[in-house]
Write a protein that binds this ligand. Structure first.
Ligand code: ATP
Length: 457
């Protein structure tokens, strides 16, 4: 809905059981959030939709679930460990992170040797010379931090450097290190992709904005391994498919746009984000990156294993190119919550709050409501138990039927099924549509297929 504020969404999420502040009874724990009964259903459905679209419906994609804790050498190969000591600053406006010494070197066109400067000297130079953010031209820097983006923990009983392990800051490394395993065990032929959904952890300097940037989040992502000659086609293909996917889940076209990167990592051949117009403005929803042979080459170098593929027809041996498509499940859930919310003015002068979730991702597909508790609750519970074997449903017998409809509207339940005398006498129910508020009469046995039909994406 237009003009919905983040504050409104945060409050509503707490009030109706979508998302609660993490560890709230201990005054919370900054930038952690707990998904409540409705939120966990919503997020699970989002993950299920992604898996269905990109794994189940694509026979050349193989799913995995790799360990969160990986051999620390993985993070040497990925470059995460080597950049620990760099003096990093974040632009508070656009949240991009830069090396302070590189900012000065670029600004001074190499005439100032910033590498030997202390943090205080770097900060002073940037401030005195009003060096702006290369991305958004803002001038609002955080202080310098020798930034470690990874959370450390230790294995074994003794805590020393040799036992240090890291919570993964990205899921993609699990796919790279399993390239050979998947290729051989499934006899997979290029081009193919490896996909997974899992938690990542980032010690973000500037987390915030509810679920948008947290220190612990879930990523849904895949790496397409292919020959260089096909790589740009796959890159374009995933750009298209990624956009279609979020539209199919209900995000509006006019709130979505591509954002091609001008500045690329040295190994990248192309990179693009899909941005969504959140209440905080246009921000990245997902990324599609053409990573060349960088990741597999690095893992070849650090592991000593040849991360190569031999074409069975031409016998050509080569390191595959990688196209990465990655989207945050929590960030997408936030976009969907913002998009779906409406404060609708009704003809009778009242308003109602509605979450217009697509039925596929709605937490509950239907609510079973006995018209009069005393007479209809037994039958309603029976219907509820039958439908619960097919999809998530809820049951509500408290308050007037009007109030119960309103509660389901804001939970985003697409159908309310009322059980009344007709149900007991003729086996029919009335099914109310959340969005149109219109009702149809169906036989009980017709309800599952009626709802399942609407759930297709
Ligand atoms: P950003 O620029 O927003 O920090 P990024 O470019 O670092 O994101 P990637 O590393 O490409 O992001 O991660 C892929 C996706 O994972 C992002 O598009 C986003 O949807 C999600 N994501 C990344 N960091 C976070 C975070 N801290 N909290 C929630 N989701 C995140």
């Amino acid at each position: 809905m237009e003009n919905v504020t983040m504050e409104k969404i945060v409050n509503l999420c707490k009030q109706y059981g979508f998302v609660y502040p993490g560890s709230e009874i201990y005054d919370g724990f900054a930038n952690t959030w707990d998904f409540g009964p409705l939120g966990v259903e919503l997020k699970n459905n989002i993950k299920k939709a992604w898996w269905q679209r990109f794994v189940q419906e694509d026979i050349n994609t193989y799913g995995i679930d790799a360990a969160i804790l990986m051999n620390p050498k993985v993070w040497e190969a990925s470059g995460h460990i080597e950049s620990f000591g760099d003096p990093k600053m974040d632009c508070k406006k656009c949240k991009q992170r830069f090396r302070a010494d590189s900012l000065i070197e670029e600004f001074s066109k190499g005439t100032v040797a910033a590498e030997g400067m202390s943090d205080e000297e770097l900060e002073k130079y940037i401030s005195d010379n009003h060096i702006v953010c290369p991305n958004c031209k803002g001038f609002d820097w955080t202080k310098i931090r020798k930034f470690n983006p990874m959370f450390k923990t230790s294995r074994g009983t003794l805590e020393n450097d040799a036992d240090t392990v890291y919570l993964r800051p990205e899921t993609c490394q699990g796919e790279y290190v399993n390239f050979l395993n998947v290729q051989r065990s499934l006899r997979a032929k290029l081009p193919f992709a490896i996909a997974q959904i899992g938690k990542s952890f980032r010690n973000e300097i500037t987390p915030g904005n509810f679920l948008f940037r947290t220190i612990e989040f879930e990523q849904m992502e895949l790496q397409k391994f292919c020959h260089e000659k096909d790589s740009m086609n796959f890159y374009e293909d995933y750009k298209k498919r990624a956009l279609e996917f979020v539209k199919d889940l209900g995000l509006a076209s006019d709130k979505l746009r591509y954002h091609d990167h001008d500045k690329l990592a040295h190994y990248a051949k192309a990179a693009c984000d899909i941005q969504y117009k959140f209440p905080i403005g246009w921000e990245e929803l997902n990324g599609i990156h053409h990573r060349g042979t960088w990741d597999l080459s690095r893992h070849s170098e650090y592991s000593g294993k040849k991360m190569e593929y031999q074409d069975p027809e031409t016998n050509e041996k080569f390191i595959p190119n990688v196209i990465e498509y990655s989207i945050g499940a929590d960030r997408l859930a936030l976009a969907i919550l913002c998009q779906s919310y409406e404060e609708e003015a009704l003809e009778d002068g009242t308003t109602r709050e509605v979450m217009h979730f697509h039925p596929y991702i709605a937490p509950y597909k239907a609510a079973i409501l006995p018209l009069v508790k005393k007479f209809h609750s037994e039958k309603a519970k029976e219907v509820c138990l039958e439908l619960a074997k097919i999809f998530m449903v809820t049951y509500d017998e408290t308050g007037s039927i009007g109030k119960r409809y309103r509660r389901q509207d804001v939970a985003g339940t697409p159908y309310c099924i009322t059980i009344d005398d007709e149900t007991i006498n003729n086996g029919t129910v009335t099914v109310r549509d959340r969005d149109t508020m219109k009702q149809v009469t169906l036989k009980i046995e017709e309800v599952p297929s009626y709802i399942k039909d609407k759930m297709k994406i």
